[in-house]
Design a protein around this ligand. Sequence first.
Ligand SMILES: Cc1cc2nc3c(=O)[nH]c(=O)nc-3n(C[C@H](O)[C@H](O)[C@H](O)COP(=O)(O)OP(=O)(O)OC[C@H]3O[C@@H](n4cnc5c(N)ncnc54)[C@H](O)[C@@H]3O)c2cc1C
Ligand SMILES: *[C@@H]1O[C@H](CO)[C@@H](O)[C@H](O)[C@H]1NC(C)=O
Ligand SMILES: *[C@@H]1O[C@H](CO)[C@@H](O)[C@H](O)[C@H]1NC(C)=O
Ligand SMILES: *[C@@H]1O[C@H](CO)[C@@H](O)[C@H](O)[C@H]1NC(C)=O
Ligand SMILES: *[C@@H]1O[C@H](CO)[C@@H](O)[C@H](O)[C@H]1NC(C)=O
Ligand SMILES: *[C@@H]1O[C@H](CO)[C@@H](O)[C@H](O)[C@H]1NC(C)=O
Ligand SMILES: *[C@@H]1O[C@H](CO)[C@@H](O)[C@H](O)[C@H]1NC(C)=O
Ligand SMILES: *[C@@H]1O[C@H](CO)[C@@H](O)[C@H](O)[C@H]1NC(C)=O
Length: 544
Amino acid sequence: MKYLSSYFTFATAVALLFSFNLSSADSDEKFVECLYNYPHITNSISNAVHTRTNSSYSSVLDVSIQNRRFLNITSKPQVIVTPLDVSHIQATIICAQRHGLQIRTRSGGHDYEGLSYVAGVPFVILDLITLRGIEVDVENSTAWVEAGATIGELYYRISQKSRTLGFPAGECPPVGVGGHFSGGGYGYMMRKYGLAADHVIDAKIVDVNGNLLDKETMGEDLFWAIRGGGGASFGVIVAWKIKLVPVPSTVTVFQVARTLEENATEIIHKWQRVANKFNESITMKANMVRVNSSKSGNPTVEAQFISLYLGRVDELIPMMQKIFPELGLVREECTEMSWIESILWKAGFANGEPTDVLLNRTQLIGLLFFKAKSDYVRDPIPDDGLEGLWPFFYEDEAKDAYIQFTPYGGRMDEISESETPFAHRSGYIFHIQYGVYWEEKGDEAAQRYMNWIRRVYKYMKPYVSESPRAAYMNYRDLDIGVNNNGYTSFSQASIWGFKYFGNNFNRLAQVKTRVDPRNFFRNEQSIPPLISNGGANRPSWVPL
Ligand SMILES: Cc1cc2nc3c(=O)[nH]c(=O)nc-3n(C[C@H](O)[C@H](O)[C@H](O)COP(=O)(O)OP(=O)(O)OC[C@H]3O[C@@H](n4cnc5c(N)ncnc54)[C@H](O)[C@@H]3O)c2cc1C
Ligand SMILES: *[C@@H]1O[C@H](CO)[C@@H](O)[C@H](O)[C@H]1NC(C)=O
Ligand SMILES: *[C@@H]1O[C@H](CO)[C@@H](O)[C@H](O)[C@H]1NC(C)=O
Ligand SMILES: *[C@@H]1O[C@H](CO)[C@@H](O)[C@H](O)[C@H]1NC(C)=O
Ligand SMILES: *[C@@H]1O[C@H](CO)[C@@H](O)[C@H](O)[C@H]1NC(C)=O
Ligand SMILES: *[C@@H]1O[C@H](CO)[C@@H](O)[C@H](O)[C@H]1NC(C)=O
Ligand SMILES: *[C@@H]1O[C@H](CO)[C@@H](O)[C@H](O)[C@H]1NC(C)=O
Ligand SMILES: *[C@@H]1O[C@H](CO)[C@@H](O)[C@H](O)[C@H]1NC(C)=O
């Protein structure tokens, strides 16, 4: 919990700073008073304001915490606002600036480092859980989706209107569209259609001055920035307009597993050479975990090949036999279903479960501690590199760990690096996600599991991209660099910024400079404005 302790140090400094002016209780009260007195409020705001004295405070705070690492920590918001309409967002943005509070915006709460609800300074959570309307327009293959909706809700609403429309976003139904689309967003249709962000055609955002902007009024540069550069640095996204994509009425899925004894290393060897070159209608991930061998009972590594094919099994089998015979895929391992059923299947629901389970925002993995990291690969990892990786799986800390390879290629190769802030396109053959879950409480356990994943990451250095060692912003990782909260120099932020965004980081900083020059919207990994103030930017809430 290295970074948390540095937040606390900073929080202490801020607390001292404020003690000369007003106690934080005073500032909470004044902030709430400001909300109640804000002009042009359309719905009553009192139903949207949760202070520490409201009984709703804890349940509203905890319901969207998706990582136990951040469930019970001392940095809690002064107030939570769950806006019922845009005017409540505008009031929160204006009043927070007036009363020295930061804002953390939360949609689905899946941020891997809890940045949507943890801050080491006095802050307010703007939680969009009640803004989740979805309007699907089948005739035009578009939809308006409010930022607090989940991807599960979106998929469900689409499926209620059409069997042959879908959307290329992630797998885990409770992920929020606010964070997910603004950071990129990928799933099993990435090779065919690219990212969720590639299909955003309009958006509504409230800026630092409280103005509600759309694609026309926000300017091309801001519309570019929020489709992969993260929303949190630029304002509060209220809704997205997206272009839906055609899906066949029948798709095919399969998951086959091969252990090391069943030649997993050789199969991954081949996978690395074909998975990004398959017909783009096939996405086949390779997920590595530890299991007990069914033969010997001893621990071994299992590679699970999890796939979606946008077509029928009759077409799939001959294609696989031709390009990837090593897998030995047979028809019995495949299942045909509708696209929406494939969403349930990937989310781990049993066959035949009603599709409205996608509306459930609660997920059990939120009860576990979790840490993840990411990498990008340009050239296949040699067999000795893979063989050196397997022993990490036999360590105690790896009992609930995974390493997942997701192939690129297809549509991803056709979109230029600067089209959106998401720079990882042509030239990357796959990305890696490393993840580890644990149940034991306490710092000592956390240290052990985090060390495990950091050692794996260190081991992988020779085999992954360099200059920069690229990373996926939606797999937020504070290990790769943090802003010195509030006092961020461009060069300090560029350490993590180039990893997430490549050369697009410069342009993101220019957009930030235009739309939020005083750096009100900020967090440990927000884009800094380019204005330099002795190498540091003065946070907007520090009096001149
Ligand atoms: C279980 C799990 C499965 C996942 N699966 C996938 C996957 O398949 N594919 C994939 O690409 N990613 C996946 N992710 C990562 C996911 O895309 C990111 O965590 C994403 O940022 C989550 O969005 P959120 O709204 O749920 O999170 P939040 O924690 O609410 O937000 C994440 C970030 O976005 C900001 N933000 C949120 N809403 C807004 C808004 N309305 N306006 C401005 N800023 C906002 C927050 O302040 C924060 O910085 C997964 C994550 C988890 C935990
Ligand atoms: C919180 O408490 C205040 C004061 O009792 C009340 O006016 C407000 O409606 C409560 N908020 C919610 C969300 O219930
Ligand atoms: C949260 O912290 C409090 C006080 O430190 C402790 O009493 C409580 O058991 C903790 N709850 C969980 C779920 O860890
Ligand atoms: C499709 O788009 C057109 C043009 O924007 C619009 O006039 C029409 O109402 C839309 N169709 C539906 C069903 O909303
Ligand atoms: C593993 O590969 C060897 C040599 O290529 C082969 O003989 C054997 O049948 C394979 N094992 C499995 C389970 O496919
Ligand atoms: C992929 O397969 C589909 C159906 O089998 C075919 O129509 C399409 O042309 C193929 N695409 C490529 C790039 O080969
Ligand atoms: C594997 O075997 C170990 C030791 O026998 C046991 O503790 C563990 O629960 C087993 N794991 C699984 C996934 O079955
Ligand atoms: C939602 O999912 C959680 C976790 O799987 C489960 O415990 C809960 O019962 C579900 N709620 C509903 C309404 O189905």
